[in-house]
Design a protein around this ligand. Structure first.
Ligand SMILES: Nc1ncnc2c1ncn2[C@@H]1O[C@H](COP(=O)(O)OP(=O)(O)OP(=O)(O)O)[C@@H](O)[C@H]1O
Ligand SMILES: Nc1nc2c(ncn2[C@@H]2O[C@H](COP(=O)(O)O)[C@@H](O)[C@H]2O)c(=O)[nH]1
Length: 247
């Protein structure tokens, strides 16, 4: 259902990280050129390295028929928030700086200098995450399982709403999204067709999987429920598969 957008970064890969899976590891000069050429939705300098979300990375998720999740820092979130893109922004916050330090040290992937830099930056991020107004929700990541449960609740994935959230139909030249929760309703109403980047019902950015300008001129409607047998998600097979994944 969900797909992770594989970011680009100029930092070196960690031992277990694979190029193209965890990140697209890249040279700074190459990434800077790609940024100049408009290939990135957002980018930021984080802990001394460049990180960014390419348009292609998001399209790859959309092409797979999945909803796109971006794991990005506060600067990146601010850029997306300031853009015309609509998304739900969730700040995942450690329970305390002490616990974060323990976790970072236990991860064993950074040298002391980098750990200290990351902790300093995290302090600023936590402050901004809590007070900048960028984020729609703050999730405290104390016990992982609880955090996961809370995330599911927040996305309306914990109960009966799931079935309706997945409902989508295409009839004639109209795409109909079923709004199962207030969050969904907000999301589908903010569907941004012009930019070919849409708000996913679960707060993720997703695309049509096509480049800007190749519009087919479809209209998008959000409705409260499917009472007329329009649950035709399986018939949604004309190449517009970047929007919703069939259940
Ligand atoms: N709830 C949790 N309980 C225990 N360990 C956790 C929990 N959440 C995350 N961790 C661990 O803490 C470490 C840091 O987490 P993560 O990599 O998500 O941090 P981050 O915010 O991206 O920080 P950085 O930007 O420095 O990478 C990882 O080793 C991760 O496995
Ligand atoms: N603005 C962006 N931030 C990103 C992106 N990909 C990852 N990140 C953030 O960087 C830090 C560090 O990540 P790490 O893998 O080196 O530990 C972390 O906060 C990520 O969320 C991106 O594409 N854009």
């Amino acid at each position: 259902m969900f797909g992770f957008s594989v970011s680009h970064t100029t930092r070196a890969p960690r031992a277990m990280e694979k190029d193209g899976m965890h990140y697209h590891f890249t040279e700074r000069s190459v990434m800077e050129k790609d940024i100049k050429d408009g290939k990135f939705l957002e980018f930021a300098s984080v802990h001394g390295n460049l990180y960014g979300t390419s348009i292609e990375a998001v399209e790859a998720v959309a092409d797979a028929g999945k909803r796109c999740i971006l794991d990005i820092d506060v600067q990146g979130a601010r850029s997306v928030r300031a853009s015309s893109l609509e998304a739900i922004f969730i700040f995942i916050c450690p329970p305390s700086m002490e616990e974060l330090e323990k976790r970072l040290r236990a991860r064993g992937t950074e040298l002391e200098e980098q750990i200290l830099k990351r902790l300093r930056n995290s302090e600023a991020e936590v402050e901004q995450g809590n007070s900048s107004g960028i984020f729609d929700h703050i999730l405290y990541n104390d016990k992982l399982e609880e955090c996961y449960e809370n995330l599911k609740k927040l996305l309306g994935l914990d109960g009966n709403t799931v079935a309706t959230q997945k409902s989508l139909s295409k009839t004639d030249n109209k795409i109909i999204i079923n709004c199962g929760t207030p969050e969904l309703e907000k999301a589908s109403k903010s569907f941004n067709y012009d930019n070919w980047i849409e708000q996913d019902c679960f707060g993720c950015i997703l695309t049509q999987g096509r480049a800007p300008g190749r519009t087919r001129g479809l209209d998008v409607y959000a409705i409260d429920s499917f009472s007329d047998g329009l649950n035709g998600i399986d018939s949604f097979s004309d190449g517009l598969n970047g929007i919703y994944q069939p259940s």
